[in-house]
Design a protein around this ligand. Structure first.
Ligand SMILES: Cc1cc2nc3c(=O)[nH]c(=O)nc-3n(C[C@H](O)[C@H](O)[C@H](O)COP(=O)(O)OP(=O)(O)OC[C@H]3O[C@@H](n4cnc5c(N)ncnc54)[C@H](O)[C@@H]3O)c2cc1C
Length: 306
């Protein structure tokens, strides 16, 4: 089966690029993402699903209120049935953490822990989780030194000292983006153990954070052991990148930490769709499955129109 996996854009051959032009990538393997994949794959559109674990369903002990169940099933069982169903109809399934999303005017690039993938169309279906630790001062300095997107705001910190709050591949990705712009990048893990190796050129501080402080703007990160660092900006990349992080990277409209979509599940960026918990409203499997189906059919229409 054809699919595309690239470590760098330079590796795209002409044939592969042609396939990227017809491909849809679905970020998220829950009910919304899988439902979308059923519609795109069965319509003959090359489909890649990228998912990192079983998401919300893994936490649901029993699901009883979804159509067609002869008896309650565990969330995990339902999630695995869905993933196998998508594979059966031909979708490519990649287990990886997505850390970034970009658009070069022609194709979307999806950066993951396993490499970079390209497609004409992307459906975000990563659920609603948003990882930001509750630390004194963090939300108060949002837009005044605290940012959630290196691609969007990194430019404002050129030749300045910044920190990345995080400990995963996502934090590394953001640090790498900032390292080309800022004069120094410090990684602050807030006491968490790193899940990836940060290269030596990043100073890593593993102490828990007590507070973010400053006057009008963020100036200081204070740690629980009494030490502090001065910095002009902190980029939050805590845990795994969520739906809003991806939308923000491309400038898609968001509201109250949800992606804004129209009836066709299209975001404000042509070719970028969203479905499921990440669009807000009723957070239930039935709604995620409907929106996934709608996003899938819209993606098919979009790709065929190109
Ligand atoms: C405890 C609990 C009980 C529930 N009980 C019910 C119930 O009884 N009935 C009901 O209808 N609903 C129930 N729900 C809600 C239901 O689980 C969600 O509404 C539904 O799963 C949403 O589907 P989704 O596809 O939008 O998101 P999710 O199911 O959250 O799937 C998102 C997927 O995206 C993946 N992902 C996220 N970020 C990334 C990334 N950066 N890279 C790669 N992959 C990523 C995740 O691993 C996950 O698998 C329950 C939820 C919980 C937490």
């Amino acid at each position: 089966m054809l699919y595309y996996r690239h470590i760098s854009k330079d590796n795209i051959s002409i044939g592969e690029k042609a396939m990227a032009d017809k491909r849809v990538i679905i970020i998220g393997n829950g009910p919304a993402g899988i439902s979308a994949a059923l519609y795109t794959s069965r319509a003959g559109i090359p489909t890649t699903i990228i998912g990192k674990d079983l998401g919300s369903l893994n936490k649901a002990e029993k699901i009883e209120n979804y159509y067609g169940l002869t008896e309650p099933v565990s969330g995990k069982e339902l999630a695995l049935i869905g993933i196998n169903q998508a594979k059966r109809v031909g979708a490519e399934y990649i287990e990886a953490q997505t850390v970034g999303l970009s658009f070069d005017g022609e194709n979307f690039g999806v950066q993951t822990s396993e490499g970079e993938y390209f497609a004409k169309c992307v459906i975000i279906a990563t659920g609603s989780q948003r990882s930001a630790p509750k630390i004194k001062g963090l939300t108060g300095f949002e837009g005044k030194g605290v940012s959630y997107c290196a691609t969007c705001d990194g430019f404002f910190y050129r030749k300045k000292d910044v920190a990345v709050l995080g400990f995963t591949e996502y934090a590394l990705h953001e640090a790498d983006e900032l390292s080309h712009i800022a004069s120094s990048v410090t990684v602050i893990t807030n006491g968490e153990t790193e899940t990836t190796a940060f290269p030596d050129h990043y100073k890593v501080i593993r102490t828990k954070i007590a507070s973010f402080e400053g006057d009008e703007k963020l100036e200081t990160v204070r740690f629980t052991d009494g030490t502090e660092i001065k910095c002009d900006g902190v980029f939050v990349a805590y845990g795994v990148a969520g739906s809003v992080d991806f939308a923000r990277k491309l400038g898609a409209e968001t509201e109250n930490n949800k992606i804004v979509v129209n009836d066709e599940m299209s975001s404000s960026i042509p070719g970028l769709f969203a479905a499921g918990d990440c669009t807000g409203g009723m957070m239930q499997v039935a709604k995620a499955v409907y929106e996934g189906a709608r996003a899938g059919t819209s993606a098919v229409k979009f790709i065929r129109s190109k």
